[in-house]
Write a protein that binds this ligand. Sequence first.
Ligand code: PNS
Length: 163
Amino acid sequence: MPCIAVCPGSFDPLTNGHLDIIIRGAKIFDEIYVSVLNNSTKTPLFTVEERLRLIREVTKDIPNVKVDAFDGLLVDYAKRVNANSIIRGLRAVSDFEYEMQNASMNRVLDNDVETFFIMTNNQYSFLSSSIVKEVAKYGGDIHELVPPIVAKELKQKFAFRKK
Ligand code: PNS
């Protein structure tokens, strides 16, 4: 039976920290679904379609990565795609409480789905989509923080907004 994992998130937008977790996860699991939460309560910078396109472009050379969107409960989605694992990146102790709460709730909801944490590479331990958007908004250099296509589209978003 193939070992299939879901790597869920908002990915608004994908950062080099996310990509690092996806690449490392893809070496461990047979197949990974990078799955964008379609969450109507947040106001994202990138639409779900834009986020999917960017992730697809950046991960196109990783054969065992699939890119998808979901809504509703993560464990229900995992069941639908035959995944028995969830991958999350852990950057720092500050992530731990939130991640433990989510992992515990997911276990209560479905004891067959296991959450695995991958420690973020030190060079990305400070990195988040929010901080990247903040820097990009004020014209800071983001080229080491996100894949080139994401940097380009972030710049376009904020250039457009200034007009
Ligand atoms: O990138 P994020 O925003 O930290 O990702 C959070 C995510 C998508 C993993 C989390 O919000 C989630 O799983 N949402 C789906 C709804 C759900 O299953 N909630 C109950 C357990 S957390």
